[in-house]
Design a protein around this ligand. Structure first.
Ligand SMILES: [Zn+2]
Length: 125
């Protein structure tokens, strides 16, 4: 069982388009069950392409694509005089640590299910 991502967001650095792979069909069913027990909200981690400048295209998460904009003069002026500190909002997409924490829970759940018998491993050799 492995966890993959397609890349990282250019603005916030969170992983994009997360998916899991397994050779064992029983493990795949357990992953589906665990997703129902402890759901993972990954819609903000979908991969989107955003245009920077005239000809630069970068991969970003949905949250950054929708909310992050270049700060205008009014916001910069307010920061200079100490009216506000934040220029941009915190992204809503899940970070690497949050996803790995969920994955550790999934591993424990699968180990508990395969308590008395070993997990079947297929080899191509
Ligand atoms: Zn992002």
């Amino acid at each position: 069982m492995h966890i993959y991502c397609k890349g990282f967001c250019y603005l916030c650095g969170n992983p994009l388009k997360i998916y899991m792979k397994s050779n064992n069909y029983e493990v795949r069913e357990l992953i589906r069950k665990y997703k129902r027990i402890k759901p993972l909200w990954l819609y903000n981690n979908e991969c989107f392409y955003k245009l920077f400048g005239s000809q630069k295209i970068k991969r970003t998460c949905y949250s950054c694509f929708k909310h992050l904009k270049k700060p205008n003069i009014e916001k910069l002026r307010n920061r200079e005089i100490g009216k506000t500190n934040k220029l941009t909002i915190h992204p809503l997409s899940l970070s690497k640590n949050e996803i790995l924490l969920w994955y550790e829970g999934l591993k424990r759940y699968i180990k508990r299910e395969f308590k008395n018998r070993p997990i079947m491993i297929y080899n191509n050799i």
